[in-house]
Design a protein. Structure first.
Length: 200
């Protein structure tokens, strides 16, 4: 998953997961049912009551009742072992991209974007972006973890009346955007040389 550009944290028990969740913001939890110190279903219930995080169950528990129970508790998908890594990655990508537009606020503790008001903040301070920079930022976040090729990104921006003529103009705007929202500790946009960009 890290090779695909995702930031990943591991927790081996419910207790470890709760510590991680108290200190960090996550988009998705990939959750087993059988856990050393509890039940994955109960943990999912606890998680959904406190957060709008997406949950994907990945478990050897493949009985119909288990799968249905997972969905009833609010899971976005339920994958049984053995599984294909390619299919798992595709499911993760679909869940994140399908739901990206439903979230009115992106926040990770440093960067905050209110998509309804268009306000962008870094470290709780307003960050002034041009309309083009904002559109690029929004487009990358909507496709978080996915490689957007130069042509795909330019075409999708053109449809929204952002008329960047070539990948050089795109690169100039992305470099300006990175200077405004990134620091040494907080890096978001990765340039895949010769191909395009990924929001990590």
């Amino acid at each position: 998953m890290q090779k695909e550009g995702y930031r990943v944290s591991n927790a081996y028990t419910c207790k470890e997961a709760k510590v991680l969740l108290s200190n960090h913001t996550f988009d998705m939890a990939i959750l087993d049912v059988n856990l050393p110190d509890g039940d994955g279903f109960q943990f999912c219930k606890w998680l959904k009551a406190r957060s709008n995080i997406y949950v994907l169950f990945l478990s050897a528990r493949d009985l119909e009742d288990d799968v249905l129970n997972g969905y009833e508790l609010g899971a976005d998908d339920y994958v049984t072992k053995p599984f294909s890594m390619k299919i798992l990655l595709k499911k993760i990508s679909i869940i994140l991209s399908r739901n990206a537009g439903k979230r009115s606020v992106y926040e990770d503790g440093f960067l905050k974007i209110d998509f309804e008001s268009g306000v962008v903040q870094t470290a709780q301070k307003d960050c002034s972006l041009t309309p083009t920079e904002y559109r690029i930022l929004k487009k990358l976040i909507e496709h978080k973890g996915q490689l957007l090729t130069y042509s795909v990104l330019l075409d999708s921006l053109w449809e929204e009346n952002v008329q960047l003529l070539d990948k050089h103009a795109l690169a100039v705007n992305i470099n300006r955007l990175r200077k405004k929202i990134e620091t040494e500790e907080h890096s978001y946009i990765s340039n895949v040389y010769g191909m395009g960009y990924i929001w990590k």
